[in-house]
Design a protein around this ligand. Structure first.
Ligand SMILES: CC(=O)SCCNC(=O)CCNC(=O)[C@H](O)C(C)(C)COP(=O)(O)OP(=O)(O)OC[C@H]1O[C@@H](n2cnc3c(N)ncnc32)[C@H](O)[C@@H]1OP(=O)(O)O
Length: 398
């Protein structure tokens, strides 16, 4: 690392953070958008790598809360990671990650999470891929016939200004049912979720919000037919949450019926989305992509084990390896108690992060040679304990 120093980035360097982010992500921020785009680093704990007075690396840790099965622990949500191209591969990221780990331990946050722009990087820091997302495409050029009755209650369109208040309680119920979501405050709704059209660099129209009173909502944008190519108009679904399958059906049917559109693009749906089952013609819904979403790092393994709810009680002993946070190393019961008993399974901490939300099967990791099973049947038993009714899903981009 030579003359580099890891230290907090002061507010006065926020503009430099934006410049560094634009450099490493090959982007540009218009002058009138600069102040607005600083909201995320402003609310982050900011770790910087400085060479003298020059900011050469940065990492933001947003203090958030993440829904995990049965609990909503504090979480360091890692974002705005970048190192100048002139300073890469010298251990700058590793040094910033070490500081982030130490800060999270000190703050008593049992987990950290991130979205990876390059997925090959984060396993070495103890992160494991915890959930995946589906890109679904719906052919809505013909009516969407469904196999269940849609909720008949009326739908209404609301404005952005009402959204946090109306959608907030529905979303809170959704993340209590399904792990993987972040707890949202008014700023998160406004800046991270309800992003207005002028801040998007695409040709979709203004954000639209449709609500089925008290039971569900969809956030979407639309684009009309392409007159040159004749490509149909598109409904781009940003988020859909519903308390019941009947509400879900009503919202999908609404989206599919919007005039002058012939396709719905939903880029981030849970892997167990009901829609492919709900349609009379399953071919009307196509899985266009399946991509890695949230990466999870257990910062405090015993605390994480203690707070999680388990689908069945188990007396398993798991051994954990964690070279970067040695306090996690040892043999643990699922209650978070340490034990001297022989382990049934041995995990690297990143594999434990992968299974923690219930989105990855332990038995598969054993088959792949990534987790060691010492007691025959232990992986199956652990899978039964980890089981969640709804697959984890994250729709908070940070
Ligand atoms: C959560 C987010 O914000 S995701 C966004 C991440 N940011 C970017 O992708 C922006 C462009 N890239 C960068 O800014 C930098 O190259 C970074 C941040 C990815 C890496 O920073 P560096 O300071 O070069 O990383 P560092 O030198 O500490 O290397 C750490 C390790 O990761 C490896 N690594 C770094 N980049 C990559 C990569 N793109 N693919 C695979 N491995 C990588 C290094 O080889 C090294 O491995 P080792 O520990 O086995 O030797």
């Amino acid at each position: 690392m030579g003359d580099l120093e890891i230290r907090e980035i002061p507010e006065s360097d926020l503009e430099r953070m934006l410049d560094l982010a634009n450099m490493v992500f090959h982007s540009r921020t218009e002058d009138d958008q600069r102040e607005r785009s600083l909201w995320m680093p402003r609310r982050s704990e900011r770790i910087g790598a400085y060479e003298g007075d020059t900011l050469v690396g940065q990492l933001g840790a947003l203090p958030m809360k993440l829904a995990v099965p049965g609990a909503v622990p504090d979480c360091s949500a890692i974002t705005w990671v970048g190192v100048l191209p002139t300073h890469r591969r010298r251990g700058v990221l590793t040094a910033m990650m070490e500081r982030m780990h130490a800060d999270a331990v000190e703050a008593g946050r049992p987990v950290a999470a991130l979205w990876a722009s390059q997925a090959g990087i984060y396993g070495r820091y103890g992160f494991g891929l915890a959930n995946r997302s589906l890109h679904l495409e719906v052919d809505s050029s013909r009516p969407l016939a469904l196999r269940i009755e849609a909720d008949p209650r009326p739908l209404r369109l609301i404005g952005r200004d009402q959204a946090a208040e109306v959608l907030g309680p529905i979303h809170a119920r959704a993340i209590a049912r399904r792990p993987g979501g972040l707890v949202r405050d008014a700023e998160w709704w406004e800046r991270a979720i309800l992003i207005p059209a002028e801040e998007r660099q695409d040709d979709y129209g203004e954000l639209r919000i449709v609500v089925l009173e008290g039971g569900g909502y969809a956030i979407y944008r639309t684009r009309g037919e392409n007159e040159e190519t004749g490509a149909p108009g598109i409904v781009r679904l940003e988020e859909l949450e519903a308390d019941t399958p009947a509400v879900e059906a009503a919202l999908w049917r609404f989206l599919a019926s919007i005039d002058l559109t012939g396709r719905i693009q939903a880029f981030s749906r849970p892997v167990d989305d009901l829609l492919p089952l709900l349609t009379v013609d399953p071919d009307q819904v196509v899985v266009k992509g399946d991509w890695g979403a949230l990466w999870l790092r257990l910062i405090d393994v015993p605390a994480a084990l203690r707070m999680r709810s388990w689908a069945v009680e188990e007396s398993l002993v798991i051994e954990v390896k964690d070279a970067r946070l040695p306090a996690n190393e040892g043999r643990w019961r699922l209650t978070g108690e340490t034990t001297g008993d022989e382990p049934d399974l041995t995990f690297g901490v990143s594999e434990l992060g992968s299974v923690y939300l219930g989105g990855t099967q332990v038995q598969r990791l054993v088959r792949a040679g990534l987790v060691t099973e010492h007691t025959p049947g232990a992986a199956r038993r652990f899978d039964a304990a980890l089981d969640v009714p709804l697959a984890p899903h994250t729709n908070d981009d940070f």
